[in-house]
Design a protein around this ligand. Structure first.
Ligand SMILES: Nc1ncnc2c1ncn2[C@@H]1O[C@H](COP(=O)(O)OP(=O)(O)OP(=O)(O)O)[C@@H](O)[C@H]1O
Ligand SMILES: [Mg+2]
Length: 279
């Protein structure tokens, strides 16, 4: 039995499967293959992309929920259902926020009647931060199954910690030898391309801050933000509609100028994170 067959057999019996492993172990490719294979069996399949850096569903800085209806070449081909703005392209300062967003999107998928929910995660597994992040994500997503992709024993601390509990089931898999390792520079390029592609459909909007207030993550009103800062774009119900990039803050006119693909009439508020992007 190949690792892919083993993964598929296990995932076919789990409602929620979380895929875990260090960078470049083939997590995202495996998630896309599993999603496609399960969908081909006639199951309703959702994927939560909990990687805020190497994002496939939704832009970097967000956790995304997508629907996979058949075989997909890339996870990014999933149809986007919902996003949650986290605020950075690294989860390190937003461990709780990233985990909570992941948990909310898993529950949303289950509530919407999806039969299989796959959760793809980022590559930070090592050290105290990796352990804390992955445990928080597992606690929030509450998976039935965790697939651990590892070359040697780099994910053992987290795998063993999970095995101490009755749930989830833990299945270890060897990464495909075909996985291509990427340098830090290639990762940055991938992230920047994802942001550029997302903002390629953007319009430049001048929004009165009286109508679309700009807040920080704690809800405090901001009176200035730097050019290039990435903002979460929220709708009337507080839901994330997308992201925006700051062009200017026009204090004299009480307006913020942003680039975003979200239609102006849908925007109820903007929330500042930490990530900036200089186009
Ligand atoms: N089974 C496979 N056959 C061929 N190429 C693969 C396979 N699995 C992964 N790759 C390639 O290896 C690279 C890394 O794989 P992938 O993005 O799935 O890893 P990852 O663990 O999700 O990485 P990250 O930690 O950056 O999220 C990609 O370019 C992908 O296309
Ligand atoms: Mg990945």
């Amino acid at each position: 039995m190949t690792p892919l067959d083993r993964a598929l057999e296990a995932a076919a019996r789990a409602r929620v499967t979380l895929i875990l492993g260090t960078s470049d172990t083939g997590k995202t490719s495996l998630t896309a293959r599993l999603a496609g294979a399960l969908a081909a069996r006639g199951e309703r399949v959702a994927v939560v992309d909990a990687d805020v850096g190497q994002s496939e569903i939704g832009p970097p800085t967000t956790v995304g929920l997508g629907h996979v209806a058949g075989a997909v070449a890339r996870l990014g081909d999933a149809e986007v259902i919902a996003l949650e703005f986290v605020g950075d392209t690294s989860p390190v300062r937003y461990i709780r926020e990233t985990a909570d967003a992941t948990g909310r999107l898993v529950r949303r998928a289950l509530d919407a009647g999806f039969e299989r929910v796959l959760v793809d995660t980022g590559g930070l597994v090592e050290g105290p931060l990796g352990l804390a992040l992955k445990r928080a994500k597992v606690r929030a997503a509450d998976p039935d199954l965790v697939l651990v992709l590892q070359r040697s024993d780099e994910s053992e601390p987290i795998a063993r910690a999970l095995e101490r509990d009755v749930r989830p089931r833990v299945v270890r898999l060897a990464p495909s030898p075909a996985v291509v390792r990427r340098s830090a520079a290639r990762r940055r390029e991938h992230r920047e391309r994802a942001l550029r592609d997302y903002l390629a459909h953007a319009a430049t909007l001048t929004l009165p801050t009286a109508r679309a207030p700009v807040r920080d993550r704690r809800g405090e009103a901001l009176t200035d933000v730097a050019e290039g800062l990435l903002l979460g774009v929220l709708g009337a119900g507080g839901e994330t509609l997308g992201i925006a990039r700051v062009r200017a803050w026009d204090a004299a006119r009480g307006c913020i100028v942003v680039d975003t693909p979200v239609p102006a009439e849908q925007i109820a508020a903007l929330v500042a994170g930490r990530a900036t992007w200089r186009a």
